[in-house]
Design a protein around this ligand. Structure first.
Ligand SMILES: CC(C)(COP(=O)(O)OP(=O)(O)OC[C@H]1O[C@@H](n2cnc3c(N)ncnc32)[C@H](O)[C@@H]1OP(=O)(O)O)[C@@H](O)C(=O)NCCC(=O)NCCS
Length: 149
């Protein structure tokens, strides 16, 4: 369960540097500034940040196409993991997506990323396939989806 005192809000251009540092601290192939700027400002994308004690500690980004959506990333600052922040952020993102008319959400995750797979299963995502070598040789992706209505 997330702690009290958190704020979840849409990302703003002022958050781009912080989102970049979250990416760089946690993702093997982090998105560049241009990609994050597009995530923050495009009408067909959604980017939420979770603020704890005035610091952005978690963020999630998604791209919508018609009534479907792909969650591209979710990251929590290493120092703040295991406190329910990504779960709270994911719940807020799914609620936002449902309000925007999204019927189904998809994502892919590296096969051995246990914390992320556990997080996604916890909020109701189910596995529907696997993409061989998606992240490099021997690094398969697990494909997951969740219906919102
Ligand atoms: C995946 C990630 C976003 C989870 O963030 P978090 O804020 O620590 O997540 P939460 O505290 O909300 O935990 C949610 C669930 O994840 C699972 N989880 C969290 N840390 C875990 C760990 N070290 N091992 C296994 N499961 C773990 C648990 O099931 C947990 O639910 P529980 O609290 O009921 O046990 C975080 O580990 C991260 O930033 N990882 C690097 C970036 C990444 O791989 N993103 C996903 C790319 S597809």
């Amino acid at each position: 369960m997330a702690e009290p005192g958190i704020i979840i809000r849409p990302a703003e251009p002022e958050d781009i540097d912080r989102i970049m540092s979250l990416e760089q601290g946690s993702i093997a192939h982090p998105w560049d500034r241009k990609e994050i700027a597009a995530l923050v400002s495009s009408a067909n994308k959604k980017c939420l940040v979770l603020q704890y004690e005035d610091r952005v500690v978690s963020y999630a980004g998604a791209e919508m196409v018609l009534d479907e959506c792909n969650i591209g990333n979710i990251v929590t600052d290493r120092e703040y993991r295991g406190r329910g922040f990504a779960s709270a952020l994911m719940a807020a993102l799914l609620e936002e997506l449902a309000k925007s008319g999204i019927a189904k959400v998809f994502l892919e995750v590296e096969f051995d990323n246990a914390p992320a797979i556990a997080l996604y299963e916890r909020v109701g995502f189910e596995r529907y396939g696997q993409r061989r070598d998606y992240y490099g040789k021997g690094r398969d992706a697990v494909l997951m989806s969740k219906a919102l209505c």
